[in-house]
Write a protein that binds this ligand. Structure first.
Ligand SMILES: Cc1cc2nc3c(=O)[nH]c(=O)nc-3n(C[C@H](O)[C@H](O)[C@H](O)COP(=O)(O)O)c2cc1C
Length: 208
């Protein structure tokens, strides 16, 4: 079974999507080695690689409750490409959000499932993870840590479905186990620090 993992984050480097695919990689190892591709550049070879796969896993960030425009653009081309040569591929989504709650990702996964139906692909289901930047910042902390554990359990659940050729009954929407108040305090602090680094004052963040 050929499994291809695709990083669909628009970030050139340092994306959570890339990090989480590297964590998924050993869990979906079968007799053949899965590979991770980046969507930063796509040509005929890239599409050939996708079309010769049995399974594709798209990892991407949640942008405004939806998919990044670059990913949507890619999907439109992929759909055109599939019209010429339909393929029997199972698709899974792995989306992460800045907000803490996993359910923030539900519409983005629904959009990807609609794409699959339209393009004649099999929708295998998705994993929606909340608190992406927090989890990324804790990359060096073991998955056994209670705050991260539910996310790892979700990854294992997804990997089992992928390897066993199963379709998830429901999307897995996972919230890291961290009090919301603490998360919001840290997130707001980071948001303001990032703004300052980029020459913006705090009040400029709230301008309407
Ligand atoms: C343009 C933009 C829109 C975003 N929209 C949302 C959103 O609607 N909800 C949310 O929870 N996070 C949102 N985020 C946060 C990202 O989903 C989050 O930072 C994610 O971890 C980035 O993943 P990546 O590193 O794989 O690109 C947005 C970020 C950007 C840059």
């Amino acid at each position: 079974m050929k499994i291809t993992l695709i990083n669909a984050s628009p970030k050139k480097r340092g994306s959570f999507s890339n990090y989480i695919l590297n964590e998924l990689l050993p869990l979906v190892k079968t007799e053949s080695e899965p590979e991770i591709l980046s969507m930063s550049f796509w040509d005929d070879d890239f599409f050939n690689d996708l079309c010769s796969s049995d399974v594709l896993v798209f990892a991407f960030p949640l942008y405004v409750d939806s998919l990044p425009a670059s990913f949507l653009h890619f999907l439109m081309h992929f759909e055109e490409r599939l019209k010429g040569s339909p393929a029997n591929i199972r698709i899974y989504g792995l989306v992460n959000a800045g907000f803490l709650e996993g359910h923030q990702n539900r519409y983005a996964l629904e959009i990807l499932s609609h794409f699959c139906r339209r393009a004649g692909l099999t929708w295998g289901g998705g994993l929606g993870i909340g608190g992406g930047p927090f989890l990324h910042g804790m990359a060096n902390v073991s998955w056994k840590f209670s705050a991260k554990r539910p996310v790892y359990d979700g990854l294992v659940h997804l990997s089992e479905a992928i390897k066993n050729g199963q379709v998830l009954e429901n999307d897995l929407l996972i919230t890291p186990k961290i009090p919301r108040k603490i998360y919001m305090t840290v997130a707001n602090h980071q948001w303001i620090t990032e703004a300052k680094k980029n020459g913006l004052k705090k009040k400029e963040l709230y301008k309407k």
